[in-house]
Design a protein around this ligand. Structure first.
Ligand code: HEC
Length: 117
């Protein structure tokens, strides 16, 4: 008798929340595919006041990637949530669609920090 396999299939804690947030938006973005997101655009956005309504930019607080040291360690869903919190609170702007080009660019820009920090 061999009961070895029995315990192997438990657990499996998935991060469903992230997926549920991203999926509908992902489909929406495929419908309006335009220019691809880019690190360059992410960098521009960080320095631009256009994400907010109070004249501040992300760089007001994150100039020279300050306080972004951990950014690349989050998964994309978490990063999207954090970015939107920073847009809605300090910048008084409107949260970005997780699949929008702006959000994708910010995410790939922050993800690129793994290599440099
Ligand atoms: C008023 C200041 C302020 C502004 C403006 C601001 N942030 Fe933040 N942000 C913070 C603070 C404070 C934290 C928390 C940092 C920490 O815990 O080390 C943070 C954390 C983050 C993180 C998580 C990084 C990490 O290492 O934990 C990301 C990503 C981020 N902000 C993105 C943005 C983006 C994108 C914008 C512009 C849309 C922005 N922030 C604008 C203050 C700001």
């Amino acid at each position: 008798m061999d009961h070895k396999g029995a315990g192997a299939i438990k657990g499996g804690c998935m991060t469903k929340t992230g997926l549920m947030l991203v999926m509908p938006a992902l489909m929406a973005s495929m419908a309006l595919a335009g220019d691809p997101p880019s690190i360059e655009q992410g960098k521009d956005l960080l320095n631009s006041p256009k994400l907010g309504t109070d004249g501040k930019s992300c760089a007001t607080c994150h100039s020279g990637v300050k306080k972004l040291e951990k950014a690349a360690t989050y998964d994309e869903g978490q990063l999207g949530d954090i970015i939107n919190q920073c847009i809605e609170n300090p910048l008084k702007g409107n949260a970005l669609d997780p699949a929008s080009r702006d959000m994708r660019s910010l995410i790939i820009y922050f993800k690129s920090f793994t290599k440099t920090l």
